[in-house]
Design a protein around this ligand. Structure first.
Ligand code: 9MG
Length: 260
């Protein structure tokens, strides 16, 4: 899964045309590099990030979704927690809704129950982006996240969403200390007991930067290491910025696994 950020600070110059043009070029490159899913997000989920209105998020995401679907044959995932954006996204052909709040916001379960085709990524987060890194606490990290997944799966199925549409994501960096993030990475295979595909997003995250003392543009090696470990732990989808390098690394892992 290649990350396509459509927040304003991700474009060098203004204007709708240049935004769409830049997004299309990024998408084209990621597809050429081996991405099979493009994840579009119009609201930053970084710690401390400001909230975006429904109107602004729609204006950022929907034109890019339409343009990518018109040009390429690729699964587009929409990273949003807003029911209105999910609904519009589905109308314009989103293949996956990627929700860091696991459909806990008002109206989301209802919107997703109305369309039986789209995939849904339920991510675990402790707290909210503004404060989530202030002293996160777990009784037992893996057990607590497993219980969270079980509760959200139940909420989905009770709302009429078919279980087969669900993808689970432990939410690296979302309300987890450095040690908790690495413990999660080491133990991710335990979520396989839930019998749903696992998505892992580790690319360029602080857990890499803080461990290695690397700025955001110096985290490629660390990101590749985490992608490989996540795949070895059973992750089926890896959400990344550096598609080409990650696909190469995963091909090496695949060849090694096949010829074991
Ligand atoms: C939007 N976003 C940022 N980080 C993410 C992660 O780790 N997983 C998912 N599913 N989405 C993320």
């Amino acid at each position: 899964m290649g990350i396509l950020n459509v927040t304003p600070d991700s474009f060098s110059d203004g204007g709708q045309f240049s935004r769409i043009d830049s997004a299309l070029r990024q998408a084209e490159q990621m597809i050429a590099d081996g991405a099979t899913i493009i994840d579009i997000g119009g609201e930053s989920t970084r710690p401390g990030a400001k909230e975006v209105s429904v109107k602004d998020e729609l204006a950022r995401v929907i034109p890019v979704l339409k343009a990518i679907n018109a040009r390429f044959n690729i699964i587009v995932s929409i990273d949003t927690s807003k029911a209105a954006v999910m609904s519009e996204g589905i109308t314009y052909g989103a293949g996956i809704i990627n929700d860091v709040r696991a459909l806990q916001n008002e109206g989301c379960l209802t919107v997703l129950a109305q369309d039986q085709g789209v995939g849904i990524c339920l991510m675990h987060m402790q707290g909210l982006p503004r404060t989530m890194q202030h002293n996160p606490h777990y009784v037992n990290l893996i057990d607590d996240i497993t219980i969270f997944f079980q509760e959200r799966i139940l909420a989905c199925t009770q709302a009429g969403i078919n279980r087969s549409r669900l993808i689970l994501d432990p939410g690296f960096g979302f309300g987890k200390s450095l040690e908790q993030n690495y413990s999660l990475l080491a133990n991710m295979a335990k979520f396989q007991c839930l019998d749903l595909p696992i998505l892992a997003g580790l690319s360029r995250k602080s857990m890499i930067g803080n461990l290695l003392n690397r700025e955001i543009n110096e985290r490629l090696a660390g990101s590749l290491a985490t992608a490989i470990i996540a795949a070895q732990q059973g992750a089926r989808i890896i959400r990344v910025h550096d598609v080409k390098e990650t696909v190469d690394a995963l091909k090496v892992l695949e060849a090694t696994t096949i010829n074991r």
